[in-house]
Design a protein around this ligand. Structure first.
Ligand code: NAD
Length: 327
């Protein structure tokens, strides 16, 4: 039997590089593409094409007619410090929309058998996420649309784009809305990192008894999903006949200050938290996994604490490496 062929876009990024590894382990032939190679190790893709996916000619080069599956993770994105300040809005909307416009079009032209698109919980309306104890993120609550960031609006637009191509041209799509994915090999500094990585880095940098800054009052709530569970969910969605959109996230909601407390416990340090003004996004957000359970008969089970425990040593190691380099 010949191996299935997959194209992973955004294969130099966090989720894309983990997906390449998983597909290889499953016996796929994999082509990765990105503006850059993975930052934290070499890619396991059989073929890796450095390309700007905003350009048509890039898609002409990477998407051939024999692709069984396309995973579209490429996006101009980052944590709150990148997407909620307003400074990057034009780039975020333009760059990601260009990538998705070509992805949908070329997937049809080149007869890709199935395409996965990674949307985000950021597309849910802000008005349903004002109560930190009771955010509403069931899939059917998406409309009337009111995402709190241009990043969320672009995700909503692109979801609709893929479904329009599905209705009009028979494109076989799977769409998931990710809720805060974290784990080893994710961005951990530089302004594009997410809350778990930022807090782990800050705590790892501090001596016992030190102080860290946390944006906002720290009472904003979120849930976080460990990378391996995300990859498992995406593979299950691809194997299912359900197109989505479906949440892929954890239902274990915590405040940001609570998560900082968990990380301190893992680090074995007592650190004071100083809450300072900063970009925080909506007040509360949690994954609602009812549809995921119904359609896939499966849901993630790893606790946040266990995921942080796996991530802490990796970021601590990166920190030591970078300190050694600057010494
Ligand atoms: P990431 O930033 O690590 O990966 C995205 C990759 O896209 C990067 O490697 C980047 O170089 C690449 N890229 C950007 N512009 C490109 C271009 N013009 N041409 C080619 N490549 C380009 O992000 P990630 O965390 O791996 O996220 C993957 C996908 O999942 C993104 O679409 C993101 O919006 C979505 N998502 C992620 C999360 C999360 O918590 N990580 C949550 C919701 C949605």
């Amino acid at each position: 039997m010949t191996a299935k062929r997959a194209l992973v876009c955004g294969a130099g990024g966090f989720i894309g590089s983990h997906m390449v590894r998983r597909l290889r382990a499953e016996g796929y032939w994999v082509r990765g593409s990105d503006l850059k190679y993975p930052e934290f190790g070499s890619s396991e893709a059989h073929d890796f094409v450095i390309a700007d996916l905003r350009l048509r000619e890039s898609w002409e080069a990477i998407l051939d007619e024999d692709m069984d599956e396309v995973y579209q993770f490429a996006a101009d994105m980052g944590g709150a410090g990148y997407i909620f300040t307003g400074e990057n809005d034009a780039h975020v909307m333009h760059n990601s929309a260009m990538i998705n416009l070509h992805a949908a079009d070329f997937a049809v032209q080149r007869k890709a058998k199935k395409i996965f698109y990674s949307s985000s919980a950021c597309m849910y309306p802000a008005y349903n996420q004002e109560d930190p104890n009771n955010p509403k993120c069931a899939e059917e609550t998406a409309y009337p649309a009111a995402p709190d960031s241009e990043y969320g609006w672009e995700k909503l637009f692109s979801e609709r784009l893929y479904f329009a191509f599905s209705r009009n041209f028979g494109l076989n799509v799977r769409v998931a809305r990710f809720h805060n994915i974290f784990g080893p090999e994710g961005t951990w500094r530089g302004g594009k990192e997410k809350a778990p990585a930022a807090l782990i880095r800050k705590i790892a940098e501090q001596p016992d008894g030190g102080t860290i800054e946390v944006w906002g009052d720290g009472q904003q709530t979120r849930s976080f999903l460990y990378i391996d569970e995300c990859i498992e969910a995406v593979r299950r969605l691809m194997e299912s006949s359900f197109p989505g959109p479906v949440n892929i996230g954890s239902e274990e909601m915590v405040t940001i200050n609570q998560m900082a407390g968990m990380i301190m416990k893992i680090a074995g340090k007592k650190i004071a938290i100083r809450n300072v003004p900063g970009p925080t996004g909506v007040r509360g957000r949690n994954s609602d996994n009812r549809l995921l359970r119904k359609e896939l008969g499966w849901e993630p089970t790893m606790s946040l604490y266990d995921g942080l425990k796996k991530t802490y040593p990796w970021i601590e190691g990166q920190l030591w490496k970078s300190l050694r380099k600057t010494a």
